[in-house]
Design a protein around this ligand. Structure first.
Ligand SMILES: [Zn+2]
Length: 96
């Protein structure tokens, strides 16, 4: 069974034109979305502009890479047994 974790990337633009990104996470998509909304409100509150919010889901075991460490030899990478290497990161929502 695949356990998914969720994260959201909030991209913001400072008044001087430089940009930054903050990654927030959650155990559910809603939790990650709420954390992203909270951060977006904070940045808006200090006069930053929000460029975008991207919400993604990924396999919790391998972090979306499709690879895991072998139990006996941690230097050896194996195909993630949870998602069988297929569960690469997927985007749930992208926008502002
Ligand atoms: Zn996996």
């Amino acid at each position: 069974m695949i356990t998914e974790h969720f994260s959201a990337a909030v991209t913001y633009r400072r008044p001087d034109g430089t940009t930054g990104v903050v990654i927030v996470g959650g155990k559910t998509a809603q939790e990650a979305q709420e954390a992203a909304d909270r951060d977006a409100r904070y940045y808006l509150g200090i006069s930053y502009a929000i460029e975008g919010i991207v919400l993604v889901a990924y396999c919790a075991r391998c972090g979306g890479t499709g690879k895991a460490q072998a139990k006996r030899n941690r230097l050896r990478q194996i195909v993630c047994p949870d998602c069988r290497g297929k569960n690469s990161e997927r985007t749930l929502k992208s926008g502002v």
